[in-house]
Each structure stands twice: as structure tokens, then as C-alpha cells.
Design a protein around this ligand. Structure first.
Ligand SMILES: Cc1cc2nc3c(=O)[nH]c(=O)nc-3n(C[C@H](O)[C@H](O)[C@H](O)COP(=O)(O)O)c2cc1C
Length: 346
């Protein structure tokens, strides 16, 4: 029975090729951070309020100056074609559109930004950029996203080199399944990610693009301040789903200090280990404007394509709706830190 995100995780594990499973599920090194991403939300207890009248509820949030129906964003994850070979990111975008979620398309998507835009024009689409040594390639990727109606440019800054994905080394993706991302031509794909990326580059991207820039992969208040000073309109507090530097702090634990540093100036988004509506509620209570959800959407795609991804998002949203009612915060924007505290059981 598929009634929770954990049910989708189990079902996806049964259905996926072992190499794809290692790629989707794995983290870096000892996977301490991977495990802690989920555990960190469980270390927070909710302090619910009663008798506030919760029959009318509103999950709406304001994000980058726009009203959104709810705070859930599909995180940029590479190669959706491994889960849904026919439709890839188009299936994901359909699921996002059906649930009024934002979908963030990765630089390493299996479907190009244009084809996703053409197939699902009604989806709210963000584009995630990895910056390459050849800045011409990066500019071209941004130009394509702008032309194709993407709303936001998310620049990921926590992957100057790849983390030590040991599961992937032990169980590689079989060569018949591996295929180059379609967002780039093969020549573009060969251009390597720039390990010399600096804040001045963020400033330059922010100045050059007409899209609002969000910097993804921030874990400290110092870097959040630098992002704001570089012209970013938001940051994603993220450790890349535990796939980069192992033993980094979780998004949940890093979030409050980042919100305190820049929350008044720019929008703070958080990701990593969001698996329940109560996790989303805790993130909002700590000051996040929105959350990104990575692996669960891939599990949905793997189990039942677009319908599976849609169901995963529906489950999360219906859990959030129930959590708002039961916590006595009928409007998501009313949540504040009085609703959460350290869990006595942790
Ligand atoms: C299989 C996989 C591929 C990913 N690919 C990208 C990517 O291309 N760009 C990026 O910015 N983040 C990427 N991420 C990180 C996610 O955007 C996100 O930060 C992370 O998955 C959130 O944690 P969660 O999976 O626990 O929800 C990837 C994550 C996974 C699991």
C-alpha cells in the first residue's frame, strides 16, 4: 500500500536497477550526513496550539515576490530518465503542474529545458545551473532557460568536485542505462564544472540574467550574507542530500542561523530529508519560505511515472494541511519558532 513517502521509498527500491538505486539513494562516504538529514527533523518537537479555529486553512507562502499555493518545490535532481525512460523530467513537470508545485530542472536533466517547457508550459519552472569552466556554455544554458520561460535561476555552489559516492563506485549504473544529459550537447557536457567559482561570479550572473538568482548549497550565516551581498534573491540551505561533504551539518540544523542572518533581506529555502508534512511545518516554523524535496519525487517517478511523482507530492501536501490544522496554525504564514523546540526524545 502506498500511503506515505516511505512506502514509495520501499517500492522504488524493489523496482529500480541496482546501479540506479545506488545513484538515487546513496550519499557521500559513511553517509552520516545522509542519515542525519532525516534524523534532524525528528529531533524537533512541535508545540501545537489549540482552539484557534482551523476549518479554513491556507498553505500559501510568498516566495521571491510571488504568491504560491504552498511551499513545496521539486528539488533539482539529475537524470530523471533513469526512473521514467520515456518522459523523464516531462513526467516530473506534469506532476508538479498538477499539484501546483514548482519544479526545478537540473543542468544534468535527461530532457532539455526547451522540451520540458514545450510539453508542460503550465508548470512553474526553475532552472538549476552548474557553472562550467567555459562560461560561454553556462551563459548559453541560462539564455535557453530565460527564452523558455523559466522563472528563477538556481546556481548550485556545493559541487566544485563530486563527493565520494562510494555506493556508486561499488554498484555503477550499467552502460545501457547511462546516457548523457539532454540539456547540453555532448561537447558542452565535456566542459568541466568550475572549481574556481567565486562570489564575484555570482554577482556577475545576478547582474547578467533577468531572472532572480537563488544560491543553492549554503550552510553558514557567513555565506548566506555573502550571497545576499552578491545580488542573490534567495538561498537554499542544503548539503546536497548528503551527497557531497560527509559529516556536514543538516539543513534543519543550519537553517535558524541562516534565517537570523539574512531572513529579512532574502528568501531562505531549505532541503534535505523532508519526508513528512510535519517536516515542512518545522521548516516553515524555523523561518524557511519553502522547502525542496529531492529523492521522494524520484521514488514516485520510479514506481509509477508522472502519476507516482504526483501522488508523492499530494501525500506531502495533504500531510502538511493536516499538520497545520493539528498544530493550530491554519495559515502557513502564521508559523514561527514558538511552534518548535528540541525534542525531548532526541
Ligand atoms: C539522484 C540525485 C541527483 C541530484 N542532482 C542534483 C543536481 O543535478 N543539481 C543540484 O543542485 N542538486 C542535485 N541533487 C541534490 C538535490 O537538489 C537536493 O539538494 C537533495 O536531494 C535534497 O535532499 P532529499 O533527497 O533528502 O530531499 C541531487 C540529489 C539526488 C538524490
Amino acid at each position: 500500500m502506498l500511503i506515505t513517502l516511505a512506502d514509495y521509498e520501499r517500492a522504488a527500491a524493489e523496482s529500480l536497477d541496482v546501479g540506479v538505486q545506488a545513484y538515487y539513494f546513496g550519499g557521500a562516504a559513511d553517509e552520516v550526513t545522509l542519515g542525519d538529514n532525516e534524523a534532524a527533523w525528528r529531533r524537533l518537537a512541535i508545540h501545537p496550539r489549540m482552539l484557534v479555529g482551523v476549518s479554513q486553512r491556507d498553505m500559501g507562502v510568498k516566495l521571491l515576490g510571488r504568491e504560491r499555493k504552498h511551499p513545496v518545490i521539486v528539488a533539482p535532481t539529475a537524470l530523471h530518465g533513469l526512473a521514467d525512460p520515456a518522459e523523464g523530467e516531462i513526467a516530473t513537470a506534469r506532476a508538479a503542474a498538477a499539484t501546483e508545485s514548482i519544479v526545478c530542472i537540473s543542468t544534468f536533466a535527461t530532457k532539455g529545458v526547451r522540451s520540458v517547457a514545450e510539453a508542460v508550459p503550465e508548470a512553474s519552472r526553475w532552472f538549476q545551473l552548474y557553472v562550467f569552466n567555459d562560461r560561454g556554455v553556462s551563459r548559453e544554458l541560462v539564455a535557453r532557460a530565460e527564452e523558455s520561460g523559466y522563472d528563477v535561476l538556481v546556481v548550485t555552489v556545493d559541487l566544485p568536485v563530486r563527493g565520494a559516492r562510494e555506493r556508486e563506485l561499488r554498484t555503477p549504473i550499467s552502460s545501457e542505462l547511462a546516457h548523457a544529459p539532454a540539456t547540453m550537447t555532448p561537447a558542452e557536457f565535456k566542459a568541466l564544472i568550475d572549481a574556481e567559482l567565486r562570489w564575484s561570479d555570482i554577482e556577475q550572473f545576478a547582474a547578467e540574467t533577468k531572472l532572480p538568482v537563488v544560491v543553492k548549497g549554503i550552510l553558514t550565516p557567513q555565506d548566506a550574507r555573502l550571497a545576499a551581498a552578491s545580488g542573490a534573491r534567495g538561498v537554499v540551505v542544503s548539503n546536497h542530500g548528503g551527497r557531497q561533504l560527509d559529516s556536514t551539518v543538516s539543513g534543519a540544523d543550519a537553517l535558524p542561523a541562516v534565517v537570523d542572518a539574512v531572513g529579512e533581506q532574502i528568501d531562505v529555502i531549505v532541503d534535505g530529508g523532508i519526508r513528512r508534512g510535519t517536516d515542512v511545518l518545522k521548516a516553515l516554523a524555523l523561518g524557511a519560505r519553502a522547502v525542496m524535496v529531492g529523492r521522494p519525487v524520484l521514488w514516485g517517478l520510479a514506481v509509477a511515472g508522472s502519476d507516482g511523482a504526483k501522488h508523492v507530492l499530494e501525500i506531502l501536501l495533504s500531510e502538511l494541511d493536516a499538520a497545520l490544522a493539528l498544530a493550530g496554525a491554519p495559515r502557513a504564514t502564521e508559523l514561527d519558532r514558538s511552534f518548535v523546540g528540541p525534542a525531548p526524545w532526541a
